[in-house]
Design a protein. Structure first.
Length: 203
């Protein structure tokens, strides 16, 4: 399956009154890939939410990735799984479920190279800029790391962490294939319009 999107929306239901409503507004604005990332949810409520998000992504012809949980991805017919550094390795996922796409989070060039070698379909690299949601991953990697990584990695790379309208051009000029956003979209009072603005900036 091709990585045919430039804007990758990652959910955080703690930022919004109604995550389903917010995801649908972003889909109306043109998002073509959503990662359901609700790490604190128990399995059954997460599965229930995943079914609902899958319905929405199918309605708007968008891909759905589930953070970490291949079991839930398979149950709801998601397109893939997004794996962090503490998840099962990419090669294990690909070997067991070759039909699932694999996104992989990387915070350095070495992590990105391992993800590519293991069969990841794309990488999210970050945090590129300072952002509250990514403080635990250490200092920002900066656009320099992004540029170096793009020179070494053949699969698509999405910049994540503190991406805003005023720095998106810098990120794309550094070679990013797209951007991954959480609060940049979800914290907006008008999610659909904000998504449309980002989509235009990525064209």
């Amino acid at each position: 399956m091709a990585v045919d999107f430039k804007l990758y929306l990652i959910t955080d239901r703690g930022l919004v009154p109604d995550i389903l409503l917010s995801v649908e507004e972003a889909l109306k604005g043109g998002v073509k890939a959503v990662q359901l990332r609700e790490k604190d949810m128990q399995t059954r409520p997460l599965l229930e939410l995943a079914y609902q998000v899958r319905e929405l992504t199918l309605k708007y012809n968008a891909k759905l990735f589930i953070n970490d949980r291949a079991d839930i991805a398979l149950s709801v017919g998601a397109d893939g799984v997004h794996l962090g550094q503490n998840s099962i390795p990419v090669n294990a996922l690909k070997k067991t479920w070759p039909g699932l796409m694999a996104g992989a989070s990387a915070h350095s060039l070495s992590e990105a190279l391992i993800a590519e070698r293991d069969g990841a379909d794309f990488i999210t690299l970050g945090p590129v800029y300072e952002t509250p949601s990514k403080l635990k991953y250490g200092p920002p990697v900066g656009v320099g790391t992004l540029r170096r990584l793009k020179a070494r990695v053949g699969i698509p790379v999405f910049a994540i962490g503190g991406i805003k309208e005023d720095n998106i051009e810098e990120v794309m000029e550094a070679g990013a294939d797209g951007v991954a956003l959480i609060s940049g979209i979800l914290k907006s009072p008008d999610i659909k319009t904000k998504t449309e603005e980002f989509m235009r900036a990525l064209q």
